[in-house]
Design a binder for this molecule. Structure first.
Ligand code: NDP
Length: 277
């Protein structure tokens, strides 16, 4: 019997499955098939975004699955060009409509876009959306220390999560420390380094994989779970969806976790949050 996916409690009392499935760069035409496969494999937490262009495909797969709404955890995100107040409300309505849902579990500001200086205003719009009940939880993504500090100082609701690029070679320890001190859970995007960083050939990861009879990808996902991150690796391929989900029956030793954490190299594979506006 497979163990259940662990859950974490958010600072608003809602729970979130720690392991989910992401759909960045999943072709809109293939999304329904891919999300259907992911649900079939056992994933119940799906991470999408307006900019991915595939919310409608996600919604179709959810509707066709027949899975009870309260067993699902669905996240989407406000794109940069819709930051503001009325624009954010309208963008949120469009996302809900495309997903075919009455509410999302989590709605995020996708990037801080500091050059525009609209993230505080946008966050206040998300606070209203949460009050309406149509987003159970609200959070941010790609927020660096100064952006998080400003929200903590100038707004009422502490974000439930900060979704940031995070994998063994790029751990953003300053951001995670500030977040965790303030009860903000960390979601790790690019948890496998997007296949761009050679994590799967790194000796300590390969050695741990051999030790546990697992693959390097499974070791990396396990490291995320044991260090408290929420993860949703993406794959178009069903066999990898199965592989990435099959991480609940083994545990890395504290030494293995420490050795993998020591791979920190400031090895960012995605864009810098200050540059994306
Ligand atoms: P991941 O780190 O999940 O890597 C995905 C890549 O790894 C794909 O090329 C996939 O290829 C490959 N892969 C998946 N599983 C395996 C495996 N077991 N062995 C070998 N290769 C594998 O990167 P993502 O960028 O997709 O991050 C995950 C999710 O995070 C996204 O889908 C999205 O939901 C979110 N995200 C959020 C961002 C933000 O700004 N907030 C930015 C980027 C991502 P294949 O599909 O061919 O299997």
């Amino acid at each position: 019997m497979t163990k259940p996916v662990p859950t974490l409690t958010l600072n608003d009392g809602h729970t979130i499955p720690q392991l989910g499935f992401g759909v960045f760069k999943v072709d809109p035409d293939e999304t329904t098939r891919i999300v259907r496969d992911a649900l079939d494999v056992g994933y119940r937490h799906i991470d999408t975004a307006a900019i991915y262009g595939n919310e409608a495909g996600v919604g179709t797969a959810l509707a066709e699955s027949g899975i009870a709404r309260d067993e699902l955890f669905i996240t989407t995100k406000l794109w940069n060009d819709r930051q503001g107040t009325e624009t954010a409300f309208a963008a949120f309505d469009e996302s809900l409509d495309k997903l075919g849902l009455d509410y999302v579990d989590l709605y995020l500001i996708h990037w801080p876009t500091p050059a525009k200086d609209t993230y505080v205003e946008s966050w206040k719009a998300l606070e209203k959306i949460r009050e309406s009940g149509r987003a159970r939880s609200i959070g941010v993504s790609n927020f660096l220390v100064p952006h998080l500090q400003r929200l903590l100082q100038e707004t009422d609701i502490v974000p439930a999560v900060n979704q940031i690029e995070l994998h063994p070679a790029h751990q953003q320890l300053d951001v995670t420390a500030l977040a965790r001190e303030n009860g903000v859970q960390i979601e790790a995007w690019g948890p496998l380094g997007q296949g761009k960083y050679p994590l799967f050939e790194t000796q300590v990861i390969v050695a741990a994989a051999e030790q546990h009879g697992k693959t390097p990808a499974q070791v990396v996902i396990r490291w995320h779970l044991q260090t408290g991150n929420i993860v949703f690796p993406k794959s178009n391929r069903r066999e990898r969806m199965i592989e990435n989900f099959d991480v609940l029956d083994f545990e890395l030793t504290p030494t293995e976790v420490t050795m993998i954490s020591a791979l920190e190299r400031a090895g960012r594979v995605g864009g810098h949050p200050n540059d994306i506006n």
